[in-house]
Design a protein around this ligand. Structure first.
Ligand code: MBD
Ligand code: FE
Length: 297
C-alpha cells in the first residue's frame, strides 16, 4: 500500500497580497520568492522551491493541500489504490505539474470538499539556502515531518478518517471531551513522526482553521510572540503546551483571518492511540478560536 509521507506544500488564496507579503516575511520569518508570475508568490521554509503558494484570488481561504509520496512507484500505486476504492481523481498535466514545481501531481477532493493534491518530486534548490524574511535564532523544522500540520473543515469525521487512511495515514481521536452520547472528539492523522499532519472534528468557518509551523529553537517562539504582540497582530491562543504532540506553541491571526500556530519542542508520534481531556497548560483562547465558545477571560 502506498502512503503519503508529508504535507509537502499548501496553496492559499488571499485578498490583500501586499499585507500578506509583509506579514509572511516580517512577522512569521518566511522567505519570499517571486518567479515573476503576476497572480502569485511563494513562501520558503527550507531548500524546497516553496512550501506555501499565495494566490491573489480574493478567497482568504485554503486553495489546496499537497501531500507527497516517495516516488514514481508510489505515485502509480496510489492511483491504483484510489481507483480500487472508487475515489475520483485526475492526473495533472505536464503543465500542471510544472506549475507546482513537481514531477507529477494528482488532483482530487477530500470528503469535506477540500482540494487535495498528491505529488512526488518537488523542486529542491540546494543552490539557494533558506534565508529568513527577518532574523531568526534557528530554522524552521521541516525535514521528514514536512511543512507542518493543518486543521481543516470536515463535516463527516468518519468519512474524512477513511479518506486519509486510504492515503496511508493513521490516527484517530486524541482529544475527547465529555462522556457517552455527549462526547465529542478531535481526530488527528499522521503519516510521519509528526504527531499529526491533518486534524479535524471541530467547527470551522472556512476550509482551514490553522497551519502549524515548527521551529528548532525555543527562543524563536518567544521572540515571535513579542513581535506579534508589539505589531498588534491578534493572538488567538496564548502560549501553552499540547498533550498529544507536546508542542509548546501559540496562535496568531494572519491577514486572511485564520491562524498560524508557531511551535517548538514536539515529541515524535506515539504510534499507539491515547486520548486527552485537554492541553497540559496555557493555550487560553483569546477569541472564538475553534468555534467552541467565546473568549475565556
Ligand atoms: C494541536 O496542534 C492543536 O492545534 C490542537 C487544537 C490540539 C492539539 C494539538
Ligand atoms: Fe495545531
Amino acid at each position: 500500500m502506498a502512503h503519503v509521507t508529508e504535507l509537502g506544500y499548501m496553496g492559499i488564496g488571499v485578498k490583500d497580497l501586499a499585507a500578506w507579503k509583509d506579514f509572511a516575511t516580517n512577522i512569521v520569518g518566511f522567505e519570499l520568492a517571486d518567479d515573476g508570475e503576476p497572480d502569485r508568490c511563494y513562501l520558503r521554509m527550507d531548500y524546497l522551491h516553496h512550501r506555501i503558494v499565495i494566490h491573489n484570488d480574493g478567497s482568504d481561504d485554503l486553495a489546496y493541500l499537497g501531500f507527497r509520496v516517495a516516488g514514481a512507484e508510489e505515485f502509480a500505486e496510489m492511483q491504483r489504490q484510489l481507483s480500487d476504492a472508487g475515489i475520483k481523481f485526475r492526473l495533472g498535466s505536464t503543465e500542471e505539474a510544472e506549475e507546482r514545481r513537481v514531477l507529477e501531481v494528482l488532483k482530487l477532493d477530500d470528503p469535506g470538499g477540500n482540494p487535495i493534491e498528491i505529488f512526488h518530486g518537488p523542486l529542491v534548490q540546494f543552490g539557494k539556502p533558506f534565508h529568513p524574511g527577518r532574523a531568526m535564532h534557528g530554522r524552521f523544522k521541516t525535514g521528514t515531518g514536512g511543512l507542518g500540520h493543518t486543521i481543516i473543515r470536515e463535516r463527516n469525521a468518519e468519512a474524512a478518517q477513511r479518506f486519509y487512511q486510504l492515503l496511508g495515514m493513521r490516527g484517530g481521536v486524541e482529544y475527547k471531551f465529555g462522556r457517552g452520547k455527549q462526547a465529542t472528539g478531535i481526530v488527528f492523522m499522521h503519516c510521519n513522526d509528526r504527531d499529526h499532519t491533518v486534524a479535524f472534528g471541530i467547527p470551522v468557518d472556512r476550509r482551514i482553521n490553522h497551519t502549524m509551523i515548527e521551529v528548532d529553537n525555543l527562543d524563536d517562539v518567544g521572540m515571535t510572540y513579542d513581535l506579534v504582540c508589539k505589531s498588534k497582530v491578534p493572538v488567538t491562543i496564548t502560549p501553552g503546551k499540547h498533550s498529544n504532540d507536546h508542542m509548546f506553541s501559540f496562535y496568531f491571526l494572519n491577514p486572511s483571518g485564520w491562524s498560524f500556530e508557531y511551535g517548538w519542542g514536539a515529541r515524535p508520534a506515539t504510534y499507539q492511540s491515547e486520548y486527552h481531556p485537554g492541553d497540559m497548560y496555557g493555550h487560553q483562547f483569546q477569541t472564538d478560536a475553534f468555534g467552541m465558545g467565546g473568549p475565556k477571560k
